[in-house]
Write a protein that binds this ligand. Sequence first.
Ligand SMILES: [Zn+2]
Length: 194
Amino acid sequence: MKNILVVSAHPDDLELSCGGTIAKFVAEGARVTNLIMVGGVPHVKYLDSAAAKIGYEPVIYSLTDDRFQVNKDTIRSVDMIVSEISPDLIITHSDEDWHQDHRACNEMVSIIRRNQPVDVWLMSSYPYDLKYKSFNANLYVDISEYTETKYAAISEYLNVGHWVEPVASHDNWRGSFIDTVAAEVFSIDHMVIK
Ligand SMILES: [Zn+2]
């Protein structure tokens, strides 16, 4: 059984970026945890119902902060959380994301993986990915059977529910690259063969 940890900045990042992939992995028996670094945002109130639709377990790092910084305290705490979960795969944001909290997640995962023999995939975070310049999409996941679950989970977030239509177009466009209805893409950052 796969043990997956998604390290993301905000509630709604998982759903928008890789909700179909996570729904697929959960259906195949994976355990998925979403460590959310910034919980001090109004849309945190939609998190539990969105997580229930997809079937992952949310863990909020801070419920009070609306920003986070990579410093020795954050690194120490997240290191402990990751060691406890002991994932086979960490999915996090891209280093060229335009949102500073997303970039900080990438930096933190880059630091903590020094002690973790773990695969790392970078996700393509809508809508910031529309401005990526060098994202190397080298991993496609067919999510055709999981689009309903993904869009239902996004719809739980009243702040981004109106994005379902553009996200669906995006998924369909990516699906055309692998001759299917809908896909999500990732960039493999780091792979470990044990
Ligand atoms: Zn975000």
